[in-house]
Design a protein around this ligand. Structure first.
Ligand SMILES: NC(=O)c1ccc[n+]([C@@H]2O[C@H](COP(=O)([O-])OP(=O)(O)OC[C@H]3O[C@@H](n4cnc5c(N)ncnc54)[C@H](O)[C@@H]3O)[C@@H](O)[C@H]2O)c1
Length: 334
C-alpha cells in the first residue's frame, strides 16, 4: 500500500475551513499539524483535525514527517512562507495570490527548482472552465477573438475591518488582488497569456480602505486576442461571475459554473455547474476539491503541477501591470 502523505496547514482562518473539509475527504492524506499565530485558532483547528497545533509555523516546517504545506494566510505572508517551506523540502500549495509583487513571485520560483509549488486557482478546475478551454484549443467555433470578464461583488466596511484586508501592506491591493484575480487568471489562461494591460483602479464606494474597490482593464494577449475586464466590490450582491468568449463562429458565456452558447438573443445551456449542496460559498466554485485532489495525485505520482509558479505568476503580473497602468495613465507591457 502507498504510504500516507502527511500534510500541514498554516493559517486557520476563513479559507482554512475549505482546505480542512477537502483534506478530510482525500484518501491517503492526513493532516499532522496546523499553525496559526493566534494560538486559540490553531488549537481549535488541531482539535477538529486531531493533529498538533503550533503558533510558530517554523515548528511544523522542522518536522521531517510532514511532506506538504498549505499556505492559508494573509497575502503579504505567502512569498516568505512559501520560500521557507520549499527550502525545508516541502511540497507547497499556496492560496492566491502567490505573492504581492512580481519580484517576490520570481523569488519563490527561484527557490523552487524542483517544481514543488502549486498555486490555488480552483476555478480552472470547474467543468465549465475546462469545457471552454477545450473549445479554445480545439477551435470548436473557430479561433478565439476576444474575451470579457465581469466580477461584480459586495464587500462591506465590516469585511475590511480586520487586521489585513483593505491595507496596502498586507492585502496588497483590493478587488483585483483578492477577488477578481480568479477571473483574471481564467481570462489570461483562456486567452493564451497576456502581454500588455491598460486600465485604471478606483475607490468608488467603500470608505476608509487603502486599496481599490473597483477596476477596469483592456488586455492584449500574446496571440492577438483582446480582453475587456471589469471588477468591483461596490455592488449590492455577489452576482455570478461572467466570462464571455467571442469566437469567429459563435459566442459562448461562462456564468458562475455554467456554460452557455448565444443563439441570437437566446442562451443555450451547454455545461451544468458543478456546485454541490453544502459546499462553501458557491461563487468560489467547487474547484478546491478538484485542485487539491490533483495536487495530491501529482505528489504521489511525482508529476508536475498544472498550476505551478510559472502559471501562478501570470495573474500577479497582470494585476501589478494594471496598477502601474492606472498610476502612469498608459498601456503597460508585461
Ligand atoms: N481560493 C479562494 O477562493 C479563496 C477564498 C478566500 C480566501 N482565499 C485566500 O486565503 C488566504 C487567507 O484568507 P482568509 O480569508 O482565510 O483570511 P483570514 O484572516 O480569515 O485567515 C488567515 C489566518 O492566518 C493567520 N495568520 C496570520 N499571520 C500568521 C502567521 N504569521 N503565522 C500563522 N498564521 C498566521 C491568521 O491568524 C488567520 O487565522 C488569502 O490569501 C485569501 O486570498 C482564497
Amino acid at each position: 500500500m502507498a504510504q500516507e502523505i502527511r500534510a500541514a496547514i498554516i493559517g486557520c482562518g476563513n479559507i482554512y475551513g475549505m482546505h480542512r473539509d477537502v483534506l478530510r475527504q482525500l484518501p491517503g492524506v492526513r493532516v499532522a499539524a496546523v499553525a496559526d499565530n493566534k494560538p486559540e485558532r490553531a488549537k481549535k483547528a488541531a482539535q477538529e483535525l486531531e493533529c498538533d497545533a503550533y503558533s510558530d509555523y517554523w515548528e511544523l516546517l522542522a518536522r521531517e514527517d510532514i511532506q506538504t504545506v498549505h499556505i492559508c494566510t494573509p497575502h503579504y505572508l505567502h512569498a516568505q512562507m512559501a520560500i521557507d517551506a520549499l527550502r525545508a523540502g516541502k511540497y507547497v500549495i499556496t492560496e492566491k495570490p502567490m505573492a504581492l509583487c512580481v519580484s517576490d513571485a520570481r523569488r519563490i520560483i527561484a527557490a523552487d527548482p524542483g517544481g514543488r509549488l502549486c498555486v490555488v486557482f480552483q476555478n480552472r478546475y470547474n467543468d465549465a472552465s475546462v469545457a471552454l478551454k477545450k473549445m479554445v484549443e480545439e477551435q470548436t467555433y473557430g479561433p478565439l477573438k476576444a474575451l470579457r470578464g465581469m466580477v461584480t461583488w459586495k464587500r462591506t466596511a465590516e469585511y475590511y475591518a480586520d487586521d489585513w484586508h483593505g491595507t496596502l501592506e498586507k492585502e496588497g491591493g483590493g478587488v483585483m488582488t483578492n477577488q477578481a484575480i480568479h477571473t483574471l487568471d481564467l481570462v489570461q489562461w483562456l486567452g493564451g497569456g497576456a502581454c500588455s494591460v491598460s486600465g485604471s483602479v478606483t475607490l468608488d464606494r467603500i470608505p476608509g480602505i487603502e486599496v481599490e474597490d473597483s477596476a477596469h482593464a483592456f488586455i492584449r494577449m500574446k496571440n492577438g486576442v483582446t480582453a475587456v475586464f471589469y471588477a468591483t466590490n461596490a455592488y449590492e450582491t455577489d452576482a455570478p461571475v461572467e466570462v464571455e468568449a467571442v469566437f469567429e463562429q459563435a459566442t459562448v458565456l461562462l456564468r458562475a459554473a455554467d456554460l452557455y452558447l448565444w443563439q441570437g438573443a437566446e442562451l443555450k445551456h451547454l455545461v451544468s455547474g458543478n456546485a454541490q449542496p453544502g459546499q462553501h460559498k458557491d461563487y468560489w466554485g467547487v474547484g478546491h476539491l478538484r485542485q487539491l485532489a490533483d495536487f495530491y495525485r501529482c505528489v504521489a505520482e511525482g508529476r508536475p503541477f498544472a498550476i505551478d509558479g510559472e502559471q501562478g505568476i501570470e495573474a500577479v503580473k497582470l494585476v501589478r501591470g494594471l496598477y502601474a497602468s492606472s498610476a502612469l495613465g498608459k498601456e503597460v507591457e508585461l
